[in-house]
Write a protein that binds this ligand. Structure first.
Ligand code: MTE
Length: 334
């Protein structure tokens, strides 16, 4: 993603483009990194993250509500190997805790997740302030193994736990003029050291069209791997929108707001030409500065130089979501 570097404008951080020493053989890739001056920083960053992954896997433990849940949503399971917990919990984007992939796991222990409330407001008949406990009880928890594909070109396969956001939406009854849903993350400078930095405008805001938010695949998630979400993954409650680039999945949500206007989202505000509102995973539409045709699966043998996979249209969820975009020019509405 982009990092704003003050008067220098934008600079790209390729901390995802990193590799252990054992895979230097792929000279072309290494030369490319060398050419962009990224290799040194990338290697150091990978080494730091890998060390962290080995040491920091204190797991938050099970919540009764999360035990034994299985999915009943079509397309919410995959036969692909799930990413190791240590990778999924130590290679994160959560800019409130720093911009390096290793930062959230290191820094997010300061996040205070109890008590927690989520306000549902805007164009709804029944606005409400939910405690986390109320939210957990609102519907049966399911386990859904989803791919999550980051705009930076990497992906993971994670068993998320939660329920369809539509369950909550039905309870609050959107007004007839509600067309979009805005998701607002916590922005607490006391517990989130990078809130206040100029990387993004805070709070982190994401948005979906109402029909996207209602799609059964859109998951309000409280856990992963059968356990409570670790802080770095967006505890205590986050969104997972598996057919969109990862940044659409807002973490540590405190507000869900129904509107009649397309929400102004954090990454779109930072660089509108690079991050559109839709951000559907689409191998046919390149990011202005790199291809989106392939991806690296985090944790796979070979790191940066492991064989890349082809990125699938809508991240492989076309059967479940494709019809929502019939007639929409996906190049213009990227
Ligand atoms: N939510 C908040 N509040 N802050 C963030 O920086 N990063 C996004 C998204 N949600 C982000 C966020 C990005 S860029 C990605 S790729 C995913 O979270 C990463 O989720 P993961 O760490 O669980 O893989």
């Amino acid at each position: 993603m982009l990092i704003k570097t003050g008067s220098n404008g934008f600079q790209h951080v390729f901390s995802s483009d990193i590799t252990p020493v054992s895979v230097y053989q792929n000279r072309r890739e290494l030369m490319r990194l060398m050419a962009t001056g990224m290799a040194g920083a990338a290697m150091a960053s990978w080494a730091a993250r890998d060390a962290l992954a080995q040491s920091v896997t204190v797991r938050p433990g099970k919540l009764a509500a999360l035990a034994g849940a299985k999915s009943n949503v079509a397309g919410a399971i995959t036969m692909e190997k799930t990413t190791d917990y240590k990778d999924a919990s130590s290679y994160n984007n959560f800019y409130e805790f720093g911009t390096d992939k290793a930062d959230p796991a290191q820094n997010a222990h300061t996040l205070k997740t109890t008590p927690w409330t989520v306000e549902v407001e805007g164009l709804v008949k029944k606005p409400a302030k939910y405690t986390l406990e109320d939210l957990l009880k609102l519907s049966a928890q399911e386990e859904r193994v989803y791919r999550l594909r980051c705009v930076e070109g990497w992906s993971m396969v994670i068993p998320w736990v939660g329920y369809s956001l539509s369950e909550l939406i039905k309870k609050v009854e959107p007004a007839s003029n509600a067309k979009f849903v805005e998701f607002v993350s916590l922005a607490d400078p006391k517990t989130m050291p990078f809130v206040g930095s100029r990387v993004l405008e805070w709070p982190y805001v994401e948005g979906l069209r109402l029909d996207e938010a209602m799609n059964p695949l859109t998951l309000l998630s409280f856990g992963m791997y059968g356990e409570v979400l670790p802080n770095q993954s967006g505890a205590p409650v986050r969104l997972v929108v598996p057919w969109k680039y990862g940044f659409k999945s807002g973490k540590s949500l405190v507000k869900i707001r129904f509107t009649d206007k397309e929400p102004k989202t954090a990454w779109n505000k930072a660089a509108a030409n690079e991050y559109g509102f839709y951000s559907n995973v689409n191998p046919n539409v390149d990011h202005p500065r790199w291809s989106q045709a392939t991806e690296r699966r985090i944790g796979e043998e070979g790191g940066l130089f492991a064989k890349k996979r082809k990125t699938l249209m809508f991240n492989g969820y076309e059967a479940q979501v494709g019809q929502m975009y019939a007639g929409l020019d996906l190049k213009k509405n990227f």
